[in-house]
Write a protein that binds this ligand. Sequence first.
Ligand code: AHR
Length: 505
Amino acid sequence: MAKLNLYNEQRFDVRPRMFGSFLEHMGTVIYTGIYEPGHPSATPEGFRGDVLQLVRDLGVKTLRYPGGNYTSSYHWEDTIGDKTTRPKRMNIAWQSLETNQFGLDEFFQWIQQAKVDNPILTVNLGTRGIDDALHELEYVNGKYDTDWANLRRQNGHAAPYGVKYWCLGNELDGPWQVASKTPEEYGLLANETAKAMKLMDPDIETILVGSSTPRLDTYPSWDFKVLMAAYDNVDYIAMHDYIDRDQSENLDQESLRASDDLPTYLARSLEFDKQIEEVETIADAVKALKHSDKTMKISFDEWNVHHFSQKKSQPWSEHNPVDWCYFNLADTLLFGSMALAILRHGDRVKLSCQALLVNTIPLILTDEGGNAWANPTYYVLQSILRNLSGTSSVVKTAMVDGKRYSTERYQNVSSVDQVVMDTGSAFVVFAVNRENESQTFSIDFPNVIKDGHMEHIVGKLEDMNTREHPETLTLQSCETTINSGSSSQNVTLSGYSWNVVTFNY
Ligand code: AHR
């Protein structure tokens, strides 16, 4: 039988803030997603109550806002003050009309109600620069008797919001980005912006734009160059990546649908492991070249599977749908493996944001005036977040004699993808079974196990949570045998499944 070896001494801490999500002024994420004053569940502020409840149940603590591509041309000051006088603008990143009825102060009210305590704000380093970033920082965090801080007070928000994490722009290496830059231009601007922002507020941490995707041919030299320019003034390098079923290895190639079979698709999370390790290597090379004592942290602040859209785009409408998709079980298993790749690198990836929280490529789906429900990927993230606390750590593991498979694109892929977490009172095994047949493996824990339980997501590969059948794929309790009073345990995973097995000690 396969055996999962646990290296109990080799572990690192992981905290709830590590797995976050993302709200962007894109598609129907904000308008009719989280904000819909006419909705039957609306709060007095116009927030959708049904969505707030789903977000609270998810347990997410970190949220990035307000973009994304949107930020590279937005004016944050359009979004504050009296709603009746806020300007309506063209959102050129996503071809929609932006009413600015939901803005910076509404975001802080919303996260309070959603029980999110760790916002990440992105400043505009596309069409704007240092001054704009400083003004926004002063409005948000300013504690002195100064103009922008006083404007926040005048707008009814006496206390500074105390935002710690600031993204220095978004995807400025991407040709699609409004005001994209060369690494030399961006590195200089990001370094000077971070320096000035830290002079204003030394408590903040800054996130440098890394490559938007490893599929760009500027990857990873972009990361090297911008880190060389800004290493001393930044705390994180950002990573982004989305995986489509039929995606080629390079942005210039045709899609690969014909050869991208299910075993290949389910193995594509290996690209996350590889990308994280490459970015670590680049960052450590810069650390050595600069004789620095600082180890650069990683913020994987956009990641997800991607799927074709169920709704047609309506350019230049007030909430132009962009994407809006269902995920099936196959997508959910890949999503689970992507989350495990992030978790197993939690010694360096200290922040991550699944993109996006509501609508487009979402955890939560909404119909205007109608219901809100969850894609099955929601339950994967929820099951990880439920086990992250102030005492959680990831324990290193190795599967011995487990089944493996190879495809044209990936060799020696483990049929079971897993990570083991110690919560302080339980070992929790998170595992994806990438095979149709069930898989069994044994584990010897360092502690005697008292009791335990198991939950999983199973179904047909093409199953989805539709508006007609919103709970086809959820986390279900399932049978497992716990050897109470013993440290030796066996785990059996159903075919094609996401699993969470808890062993209390
Ligand atoms: O998440 C959607 C978009 O994808 C973001 O705006 C952008 O940063 C990325 O390309």
